[in-house]
Structures are given as structure tokens and as C-alpha cells.
Write a protein that binds this ligand. Sequence first.
Ligand code: GLY
Ligand code: MN
Ligand code: MN
Length: 435
Amino acid sequence: MISIREYQARRQKLVAQLPDNSVFVLPSATEVTRSNDTEFLFRQNSYFYYFTGFTEPDACLILSNLGGEYQDLIFCRPTDKQAEIWQGRRVGVGAAAEKLGIAESYDIADLPEALLDVLDGSEQLYFSLGDDAELENMVLGAVEALRKAPKQSKQAPMSVVEPKPLMDEMRLFKSPAELTIMRQAAKISVAAHKRAMRFCVPGAMEYQLEAEIHHEFAMQGARQPAYNTIVGAGDNACILHYTENADVLEEGELVLIDAGAEFCGYAADITRTFPVGGRFSYEQEQLYNLVLNAQQVALDSIKPGNTLKAASDAVIEVITQGLIRFGLLTGDVAENIAAMNHRQFYMHGLGHWLGLDVHDVGNYKVNGAERAFVPGMVLTVEPGIYVAPDANVEARWRGIGVRIEDNVLLTETGYELLTYGLPRTVDEIEQFMSR
Ligand code: GLY
Ligand code: MN
Ligand code: MN
């Protein structure tokens, strides 16, 4: 769990980076209709959650440093007996401030009035345009009202500034408390992948493996996956975001599972590819080992000072060499790399930041240069090779899709593998599946 003190420290750290007389306005997520009058399970906005830990919709955080004084306010739904009987408990205005460690709490219905008050005298408004139309109208309405106040009796902010770069930079570096949660998200996800491997037999359905995964997540306190679970057998493994998960698992096919739990808001993101019947064919094993070698080359380069681009380039070289060796590409390595021919078979990036969002925030470049790894960053390492069923190659390679994805934390000397303990080599997988 993240402590109230840590949330307080995050808010103060953000405000400390703003020029004097700034106001920062951050809305929560709102409920989203799934069909007719039912909603999707509520998921809090990651930024709002990062700065508050508050899990209700229809709330707004305001931070400011007017006249050199730090101020924080939370606006939320009031308690409502009738609404709570139908829709669930609310913290309520009275209890929100203390529960969240925020100085003052108010009814969300009072936000339009309060904005006039808090924005008066400010010079910069830190607010993301384009995210929340309703709040945006309200905020810009308040700015306009201040500008038009009689005899210039009010002072409206002169500029609206995008706060995401500041917030993203904070979220990119994980605290010890966040890492404890992320280790747990990874551990639950590893257990879920093992459960699916254990359950897998020819004749089972893709959605049954998905069910095994989600069962393990929920049994370990992770009620939701961090993203839609992908279970693709045979050709389906070549569809990168396949989520139909509707086909039968056939003997002789590989099945690719990309699944990660969301635990206390944080994502894990793991992919394993293994034979439905427990044993790799020759071609499957060749491609698998190529992806595995590529992943190991990438992992070996995960250390402070190195870059994701450098790791990606090393992987492209290994994969290109392998594809030439198997006759899937022809010509020499340098020419193929220059022409990016690997993109026919490896068409996504090597990895991404991981955190509250599965594709977490944080720039990959700084001032136009590749960003150097620094301890505290968490990322995925996920090379893959996908030979489409209609690829212009020898038939024996077609319809094989392999990805291997693990999650790593940058440390002082290299990396910590968060997703440890999950079979990864051909031998480990075949042994695990024969049990
Ligand atoms: N599961 C989405 C990804 O691997 O990026
Ligand atoms: Mn993934
Ligand atoms: Mn990923």
C-alpha cells in the first residue's frame, strides 16, 4: 500500500516544480456506459490515483501555490443514502480530507464556484486540455468569467500549461512502495501463467486458458487484468492484439498468452508462448530459441546508462541474423537491417515503461536524445517473431508466432527480473508441461 504521507509528498513535489502563483487542476475518471444503463467496472484515472489514492469517480484535485502558500483541496461526491443503497458506498465530503490527507474537502457540485475563487490571482493554470470536456468547459468558463470581471477586479491566469510532462517524469521513477506492489503484480501474473500452462491440453478452448488466468488473478487479490488478455493458438498468435480467444487449442500448435494482473492499480505484462501438446516441433523450437536469444541479449544490456534504443538495435541484429539463417530473409545482415526487413516478422517495439498504465507514461527521448536507463525505471522486454499464415516463406515456418515478455526493474548494477520463476527456455517449458 502507498501511505498517505507518500501521496502528500507527491503532491508537494509536483507543486514545488511549478512557478509561483500556479494552480493545478486534476479530474478523476468518470463512469463509462457499457450498455444501456450499466457501466464498465470503474477504473480510476492513473494520474488522479497517483496523486490521491482515491478510487471514486466524479472528483477533482486542486493544488496551488498562490502567494507562496501550498494549498490542496479535494472535491468529491457527497454521501447520499439512496445512491449508496443502489451504487455503493461513498467516502463523502466530510471524511475525504482526513482519509486522503488533504487539507480541505468540498462537494463536487461546488466546483464551478470554487474555481472562480481559487483561480483568481493565479498566473498559470496547469490543466490538461482535451481529456475531460465537461470539466474543461467549467475551468475555461471560470477563466473567462475572471477575465470579464467588472473593472478588472479579478485576475485570471495568463496561460494554460500542460502538466503531463511533470507528472509523467514523476511516475517514471518508482518508489520502494510502488515496487513492492509491482513485484506482487508480477508474482500473481507468474502464478496465473503457470496455472494456464498446467491446464493446457489439446481440445481445450482459448477462453478456458483465459479463465484460468483470471481465476488466479482474482484468487490472489487482483480482480482485473491490466489489459485484455490475449490467448492465441496457432495462426492467432500472429495477430498482435488478438482478444477473441474463441478457438480450440490444437495438438501441434503453439499458444501465445499475453496476460498481466492489475494489482493495487499497477500492471504486470507477461507473454509466454508454449506448445499446446507440451513439445515444440523443430521449426517452433528454432524460432522460439531465436526470440529467447534476442530477449537475453536485450536483458544483458539493461543497465544504467544504456538505452532502450541500443537494446532494440541489438535485438534487431540478432533477429535479422536468425531470419537469414532460417531462409526467412535473404541477403546480408547489414542490408536487411538498413531496409528494416525484420518488420515483416517483428513489427513491434522491444518494450515500454510499465506502471499504473500498462503502457506507462514517461518520455523515451530527452531533448531529442535517447533516454538513458536510470535505477527505479520499470519496463517490459518483449521481442517476438510472427510468421503470418500467408507469408512468402517455406510452408513449414508459416503460422508460427512467438513472443517472450518479461518485466524488469532498473537497479544500480543492471536489472531485477520482476517476473522470475516462470518457465522460459524450451527445456523449462517442456519439463513443466510434462508434469
Ligand atoms: N500487453 C500489451 C503489450 O505487451 O504491450
Ligand atoms: Mn504484453
Ligand atoms: Mn508489453
